[in-house]
Design a protein. Structure first.
Length: 234
């Protein structure tokens, strides 16, 4: 009996140790990337401190490794238009998109003037010359018609998410094209698009046991018709 109890305790300790290693490695990686880029994009804020809408999510920057992991699955032909990050925060994703991908322009939509100020400083220090912070309510933002990648790191839910997706789809109607929607922690995005068939999942994955990311491709009217006729519609 005692041998069994000790064995179970040892197993739990081993599992905890294995789970903690990726977390420690991620903390080291976070600090290294901040140092390498010369930016400061961490910090704890509440929605009230940032004067966000009631359906805004408190600030939390995307892990560097998670950003690169998700972007690996974006088709290369979509990396040359405009990149739009909804809920840009202090600009971490903007810096990475501008520094490591050939986008024509990189735009970050952020409602908090406090975070916009930090983001502009980070973009300047990182030399992200083709990146711009747009300080406005994402619900009212109209993305450029050449946007090829829409990025969201769980920035909001509810009415704001619905309005953002409405404007996103309007952009696709005005200029029909295939785009990528990269969503990390996608629960709110998936809830707002439940039962809709204007996009399909290209890739997904999980990091650090609970951090999920998804890459979706939007469908043109022609591709939706083909999907429906083939019996593969969403």
């Amino acid at each position: 009996m005692w041998a069994g109890i000790l064995q179970r305790k040892g197993t739990r300790r081993e599992m905890n140790r294995r789970q903690s290693i990726p977390l420690v490695f991620n903390r080291v990686a976070e600090r290294w990337w901040e140092w390498r880029l010369g930016i400061h994009s961490t910090g704890d804020y509440t929605s009230n401190q940032l004067e966000l809408r009631n359906d805004g999510i408190p600030y939390d920057p995307i892990p560097f490794r998670a950003f690169f992991r998700a972007m690996e699955h974006v088709p290369k032909e979509l990396l040359h238009g405009s990149f739009v990050d909804y809920g840009a925060g202090k600009g971490r994703a903007l810096v990475l998109a501008a520094r490591y991908y050939p986008f024509r322009q990189v735009l970050g939509v952020e409602m908090s003037s406090e975070l916009c100020r930090h983001a502009e400083g980070n973009l300047q220090r990182a030399g992200a010359k083709n990146a711009t912070v747009v300080c406005c309510d994402a619900a009212n933002y109209v993305p450029p018609t050449d946007t090829s990648v829409f990025f969201m790191y769980n920035p909001f839910f509810g009415e704001t998410m619905r309005k953002v997706l409405h404007n996103l789809r309007k952009s696709l109607q005005e200029n029909p094209r295939v785009t990528a929607i990269v969503v990390c922690r996608a629960r709110n995005f998936l809830a707002a698009t439940l039962g809709q068939n204007w996009f399909q999942e290209l890739a997904c994955g999980t990091m650090l046991s609970e951090f999920n990311w998804h890459v979706f491709l939007t469908l043109t009217d022609r591709s939706r018709k083909h999907e429906h006729e083939s019996g593969f519609g969403l």
